[in-house]
Design a protein around this ligand. Structure first.
Ligand SMILES: Nc1ncnc2c1ncn2[C@@H]1O[C@H](COP(=O)(O)OP(=O)(O)O)[C@@H](O)[C@H]1O
Ligand SMILES: [Mg+2]
Length: 259
């Protein structure tokens, strides 16, 4: 049963990729996951753990090999258009239109979703305010720092007023200061708007600052899920770093690693 409050549900979700003859990579290995409306959920895992693959399946960019994935109550293999209209995505390698201004980037993107101009303008006003780019809204993005570009991209993902916002490594590949700025903005967004946010990261500080719950992926398997404090307790670890290191190296975890 899927209740209204469960906005994402996966059951035995598996995704494999062919890697040459006979070899295959199991990017997602029987993942069972439930995410509730309004949560800020962090997906943690080292490179290659399956984080991006999971997001790509949930937004319909990849089809599951086995198992099920439901977003907003709809099966991703059946109702992807319904889902796409209602979720925002900041891809890991997001492109931005450098020659457009910050504001034009939002307006252009929102236009693709058929949002009327007047509505779009008022949303853009509000979002540019929230992300702290109001004064820079009419500057071409090409002169922006990495952190500022990332803010434009987050605002762009939000302009369609998605019920769920997926952010794939929103703070990776920008400098420390830029990452802080983006984190603060995400805090602001998640506190002001009752919106489900799913973000992937390698950064445990980020998780502690932002996330209500966290799921740890390792080699395609969801090896732990819960509130950061619950995981520390469950694995009898002093902090999330210890939980994480224990789970991905197979050392130093005294609790039961199975779900
Ligand atoms: N399009 C693809 N084709 C082949 N292999 C892929 C593809 N996308 C991801 N993979 C593989 O799936 C695994 C998980 O990748 P990914 O989901 O990108 O991990 P993460 O985002 O956690 O770093 C990796 O082994 C990766 O090489
Ligand atoms: Mg990734």
């Amino acid at each position: 049963m899927i209740t209204d409050d469960v906005v994402i549900k996966t059951e035995g979700l598996t995704k494999t990729f062919e890697k040459g003859k006979k070899r295959e990579v199991i990017a997602l290995n029987r993942v069972d996951l439930e995410i509730t409306r309004g949560e800020v959920f962090g997906l943690l895992g080292t490179n290659g753990a399956g984080k991006t693959t999971l997001i790509r399946v949930l937004v319909g960019l990849l089809t599951p090999t086995e198992g099920k994935a439901y977003v907003l109550g709809k099966d991703v293999t059946e109702d992807i258009d319904y889902i796409r209209q209602r979720v925002g995505l900041l891809p890991q390698e997001a492109g931005i239109y450098d020659r457009l201004t910050a504001r034009e980037n939002l307006i252009y993107y929102g236009g693709l979703y058929g949002i009327p101009e007047e509505e779009l303008n008022s949303r853009a006003d509000n979002l540019l305010e929230i992300v702290g780019l109001k004064e820079k809204e009419d500057y071409q993005v090409k002169g922006f720092s990495g952190g500022m570009k990332r803010k434009v991209l987050v605002a762009r993902a939000l302009v369609i007023e998605p019920e769920i916002l997926f952010l794939d490594e929103p703070t990776t590949a920008i400098d420390t200061l830029g990452a802080r700025v983006v984190r603060n903005m995400l805090k602001e967004i998640s506190s002001q708007q009752k919106r489900t946010v799913i973000l992937t990261t390698h950064d445990l500080t980020e998780v502690k600052e932002l996330c209500d719950r966290v799921g740890i992926l390792n080699e395609g398997k969801l090896v732990a899920i819960g509130k950061p404090s619950e995981l520390e307790e469950k694995f009898r670890a002093a902090n999330l770093e210890e939980v994480f290191t224990g789970l991905v190296t197979g050392e130093g975890v005294y609790g039961d690693a199975s779900l």
